[in-house]
Ligand binder design. Sequence first.
Ligand code: ADP
Ligand code: MG
Length: 228
Amino acid sequence: MLRLEDVTIRQGGFRLTANFALSRAARVAVIGPSGAGKSTLLGAIAGFLPHDGIITWTGQALPDDPGARPVSILFQDNNLFPHLSMLDNVALGLKPSLRLTMAERAQVQDALARVGLEGLDTRRPAELSGGQQSRVALARTLIRARPVLLLDEPFAALGPALKAEMLDLVADIARDTGATLLMVSHDVNDARAICPHTVLVADGVAHPPRPTKALLDNPPPELRAYLG
Ligand code: ADP
Ligand code: MG
């Protein structure tokens, strides 16, 4: 269980509070107006932002070092290195030195296969479509094999068909690995598609997760204002 206990994050004049828990293997969307604090929430869980209160995983406070947290995070900006092959771009998630053992190399190839990119290991990002680049970035996130997967509007730049494909892939992977998924999206249909629960971030509060369908079918005022 990932638990945020009386968490308050401050950035300049901005303040966000959170007090809730996510069960293991939960798939949870994060929605809310632009600037409401969705990325801030993920940043605190990933260890990039200081906060009051405590965040625990399976009852233990998370370590200060982001690299030591049971968390991997994927941003919209896929952050691929143009001069590196797909294999190396994914391998970076495992070993920044890129000096892989045979077993690690096989692990990278497995991750590429898992996202449907088998056999493209030697290509560079410029030789791939936008959808394929998203898959590589997802593979790099997966290879860290962390139990908490944070996605911050990862597929916002993709067209609808590709995005639907990527969402299905993320849902499959989360099911297979039992990862706890927290996914920011500005499209509430993404939440409906793969996240049974949703955290609404609005008015300085990251609210406890609620069933997505009930929340969207009968939105509270702060969500109604955002949905328009
Ligand atoms: P969202 O992801 O929901 O669009 P963010 O989490 O990026 O929103 O930002 C939440 C708020 O935090 C913003 O309204 C902004 O005022 C503030 N903020 C974000 N980054 C910084 C920063 N580096 N310094 C000061 N304030 C910031
Ligand atoms: Mg954001």
